[in-house]
Design a protein around this ligand. Structure first.
Ligand code: ATP
Ligand code: MG
Length: 425
């Protein structure tokens, strides 16, 4: 047993899984950049106060924050999500609006670790600041939808709702509280506890005991103003125009307090109930102002990378491909031939590995096979004497002798052209 293991809720993402992580982030970048979103990299820790704006009734703030006092007596927290940091950045730098950004990176929450729930987990997401337009909400939602589709996922459902403006939401919460209080005796112990903290979250309860009280609860739609209702209708019209299928669910409240009007979640039908949300988001029009900036509309989403990949596993799509090398150089002379030939191939754009430590021919050939390379380039004493190399197709075992000076041209003829590496002038 080694002395140290990963800490609970964290994992080493090893190859080839780590490659899959990168490929996922690349696909995400491709989709959102084609819609005009630019990459932002917010810091991984900030003043705790930034994250307190997420809401003092949320689990993220009350239970899950990784916060500490640093050596300069600052109260710091590791970011539990990136929306608050992006809004803080907007308030600090005041970029031209609408500001459309995307991000990819880790977040930290002190949760009970289980499948699909970790203490360090990755998200990809977008935020747009400086617009109220309902068609922007539809654009944002459709980007997440396209992303899941591009991965090959078919069992993902989009659920949407509107929570209204702050005052409408507050009036609804009071009506809901009154209803739940009057049925207090029928609710589960957990929901009674949640009720005093955050009545909205009772609607999230999946406990059978709570079902009938929830079913008879007042609906948010009855508390929406005309403006909020028509904003929501416009979001849905935008989704229809984009051909994005959705289900309206008035029980969708989400865990963050800052949402206004549009709220949505993507649920994987192939994941286990309590960890089946693969992404979520909504409007958060008051958040920039809460962070000391001007009143600014905002909308965005975050997708959980870990859970999305679990959904891919469950559906058997978006496999982890190993790195497919073009060539592997085997050199049983002085090793320098391998140094030169591997470098020539790499410079010409062919991915190439080689053996080290002066291993035997047998051991180097084994490594070449294991590497998954298309071809082995072999240099033994005979080849070295004649400045040639033997190029072996590792799939068919056919081999030919090629002058070392003609190796790159030979590989290019066999594998097709690649983009050469650009060296500094
Ligand atoms: P949940 O209700 O499952 O705790 P959440 O509402 O807290 O999710 P958000 O804050 O909206 O989640 O984050 C967006 C996405 O990030 C989630 O849909 C999920 O896919 C992912 N996510 C959130 N927390 C974790 C975690 N601890 N481990 C892995 N993924 C997570
Ligand atoms: Mg959570």
């Amino acid at each position: 047993m080694p002395s140290f293991q990963t800490s609970p809720g964290t994992r080493d993402i090893l190859p080839p899984q780590a490659g899959r992580w990168r490929a996922l982030s690349d696909i995400f970048a491709d989709i959102v950049q084609s819609a005009g979103y630019e990459c932002i990299i917010p810091p991984m820790f900030e003043d705790l106060g930034v994250f307190l704006r997420i809401g003092d009734a949320t689990d993220i703030v009350t239970k899950e924050m990784y916060d500490f006092v640093d050596k300069g007596d600052r109260h710091i927290a590791l970011r539990p999500e990136q929306t608050a940091g992006v809004c803080r950045a907007f308030a600090q730098h005041r970029p031209v609006t609408p500001w459309k950004v995307w991000y990819s990176g880790p977040n930290f929450r002190y949760e009970k670790p289980q499948a699909g729930r970790y203490r360090q987990f990755d998200q990809v997401g977008v935020e747009v600041l400086g617009s109220d337009d309902a068609l922007l909400d539809a654009e944002v939602i459709s980007l997440a939808w396209q992303f899941f589709a591009r991965l090959g996922l078919v069992g993902v459902e989009l659920v949407v709702n509107s929570l209204g403006e702050a005052d409408e939401r507050a009036a609804y919460i009071e009506a809901l509280r009154a209803h739940l209080e009057s049925h207090r005796g029928e609710l589960s112990e957990e929901s009674v506890a949640t009720l005093s903290r955050n009545p909205l979250r009772v609607l999230d309860s999946k406990r059978r005991q709570d079902a009938s009280v929830i079913a008879s609860a007042p609906r948010i739609s009855a508390h929406l103003s005309v403006a909020s209702s028509s904003h929501f209708a416009a979001v849905l019209a935008g989704l229809d125009a984009l051909g994005v299928p959705y289900r309206v669910d008035e029980m969708l409240v989400r865990g963050l307090d800052y949402y206004r009007r549009t709220t949505f979640e993507f649920v994987s039908l192939s994941l286990d109930g309590s960890q089946n949300a693969v992404g979520g988001g909504g409007r958060y029009d008051g958040l920039v102002e809460d962070l000391g900036g001007p009143a600014t509309g905002g909308v965005g989403f975050a997708i959980g990378v870990d859970r999305t990949l679990l959904a891919c596993d469950a559906e058997g799509v978006f496999d982890a491909g190993s790195l497919a090398l073009d060539a592997f150089v085997v050199d049983v002379t002085d090793g320098l031939a391998a140094t030169r030939l591997a470098e020539a191939l790499r410079a010409a754009g062919y991915s190439t590995d080689r053996a080290f430590d002066g291993r035997s021919m047998k051991s180097q050939m084994k490594a070449a096979d294991r590497s998954g390379a298309a071809m082995a380039v072999i240099v033994g004493p005979d080849e070295a004497a004649s400045s040639t190399c033997t190029v072996r197709n590792l799939a068919t075992s056919e081999q030919v002798s090629v002058p070392q000076s003609g190796l790159v041209a030979h590989v290019a003829a066999a594998l097709g052209p690649r983009t050469p590496r650009r060296n500094p002038q």
